[in-house]
Design a protein around this ligand. Structure first.
Ligand code: CMC
Length: 444
């Protein structure tokens, strides 16, 4: 029997002495006492539970990490049942209302809101690193004319590791900081180049007189004017979208960044893994799927038939449901408002009516109520992007720009966490064992 007992962290007023889990292994009749810390047992504490000396020890099986914490983190808090999202303890609503994206990036990465001087220095450093090496441009020009911009972003972020080989020295805090600045600064440039490539338009160099979002808009949309002047309402709406997408604790792409980063590879390669994960239709690709879905539904009259198909399991209502939120995604509420601001400038999006009606019907339908399926961040973001004149392929790219700060913060936290090692899950092997090799001529 294990003699170890809990040493700290009982939750909800439970006395420390009782913060253990007593397990009886009915195969052997032995009892084990496993410490509970922060409402969690350590997976490795199960290993001592064995039937005999040959036994590897008990494991937990958790495909898709439904109930497994992979790290301790002080960056983002989510209460999925209550619909709460906080970065470093600050509610997302307050940050979206009062902060700028670069301020939020500072908060996520440094842990505290910056003073005015800190913010000025941070903004200046990021602004003066927005240009990319000319070879990066040539590299991007090598893509086919119709290359998906997210594929281009994925490749070009990874390629940055070849331009900054010193980035591999991840234990050097100063060098790490330099890559962080570069990543935040160059991500919009790479994203805009990917967009212009896709449109067959010349790439536009950054304009360091403009804000982070304003410069990005300029690199996307500047044509022949000498100076691009973004509409401040559009600039602000885009900045808010970046804030809302900045971090979301251990989501698929962040887990990819942490997982790949745990091999101690450079941050460009680790973030390229994040971009890859975000490319998928169940993650960052969902807003693209929402728009395709709305276009396919086309008219309000087609909604009931579409909903029937979803309930029959033919397809999913994209932009609905979340692994963590079992309530209205707080980001979706803020986005709905930002959408209005954008439509005021750009004119309304005809698919907004379909989206609103779809939401209304779904929120009253037993199928969605029972499964706690509510609109998530992607349900309305695509409509804004479309109103901005963005093709659907750019939607996950925009998500990636915002998420870069979160990926960096999480990557840094992982690097500095003494408990982290290379990520390496276990498996339950279900295949054949030790077979005699069959020569080609004898195979049926
Ligand atoms: N439409 C219809 N049914 C759904 C949906 C949906 N969007 N989402 C979940 N369900 C059903 C699902 O069929 C299952 O039903 P049943 O119990 O009868 O089998 C039940 O709800 C539970 O679903 P799940 O697939 O076990 O839930 P999950 O936590 O694995 O999936 C999700 C989360 C986000 C992948 C999923 O809700 C989904 O596919 N949503 C659509 C895609 C989407 O909008 N993704 C963006 C997520 S937010 C941005 C981000 O963080 O990346």
């Amino acid at each position: 029997m294990s003699t170890e007992t809990a040493s700290n962290g009982a939750e909800g007023g439970v006395a420390a002495a009782s913060a253990t889990l007593t397990v009886t292994d009915n195969r052997t009749g032995r009892q084990y006492e496993i410490p509970i810390t922060d409402g969690t047992i350590r997976g490795i504490d199960l290993r001592q539970i064995r039937v005999d000396d040959e036994d590897f020890g008990l494991m937990s099986y958790d495909p898709a990490f439904m109930n497994t914490a992979s790290c301790r983190s002080a960056i983002t808090f989510i209460d999925g049942d209550k619909g709460i999202l906080e970065y470093r303890g600050y509610p997302i609503e307050q940050l979206a209302e009062q902060s700028s994206y670069l301020e939020v990036a500072y908060l996520l990465i440094h842990g505290e809101l910056p003073t005015q001087q800190q913010l000025d220095t941070w903004t200046h450093e990021i602004t003066i690193h927005t240009f990319v090496h000319e070879n990066v441009k040539e590299f991007m020009q090598g893509f086919r004319y119709d290359a998906h911009p997210m594929g281009m972003l994925l490749a070009s972020v990874g390629a940055l590791s070849t331009f900054y080989p010193e980035a591999s020295q991840i234990k050097d805090a100063e060098l790490r900081y330099q890559q962080i600045i570069r990543l935040l600064a160059k991500m919009p440039t790479l994203a805009a180049f990917a967009y212009r490539h896709n449109r067959g338009m010349p790439y536009v160099y950054p304009d360091n007189d403009l804000s982070y979002a304003g410069n990005f808009l300029g690199m996307l949309f500047k044509i022949a004017e000498l100076k691009y002047q973004p509409d401040p309402r559009i600039e602000r709406a885009l900045d808010v979208l970046f804030i809302l997408h900045a971090d979301h604790e251990q989501n698929c792409s962040t887990s990819a960044v942490r997982g790949v980063g745990s091999s101690q590879v450079d941050p460009y390669s680790a973030l390229a893994a994040g971009v890859g994960a975000l490319y998928g239709p169940l993650h960052g690709g969902a807003n693209e799927q929402v728009l395709r879905m709305l276009h396919r539904i086309e008219r309000k009259e087609n909604i009931p038939g579409f909903i029937d198909g979803v309930k029959a399991g033919d397809e999913r209502l994209m932009g609905f449901g979340h692994r963590v939120y079992k309530n209205y995604d707080p980001r979706a509420k803020i986005i709905k408002k930002a959408a209005q601001d954008v439509f005021d400038v750009m004119g309304t999006n005809p698919y907004l009516d379909i989206a609103l009606e779809l939401e209304k019907i779904a929120l009253e339908d037993e199928y969605f109520i029972e499964r706690k399926l509510y609109p998530n961040v992607d349900f309305y973001s695509g409509l804004i992007y479309e109103a901005l004149g963005m093709p659907v392929e750019m939607f996950p790219v925009l998500f990636a720009i915002g998420r870069t700060s979160g990926w960096i913060a999480q990557w840094l936290e992982m690097i500095e966490d003494g408990e982290q090692k290379i990520a390496r899950p276990r498996q339950i092997y279900t295949g054949a064992r030790t077979r005699e090799y069959v020569p080609m001529g004898s195979r049926s």
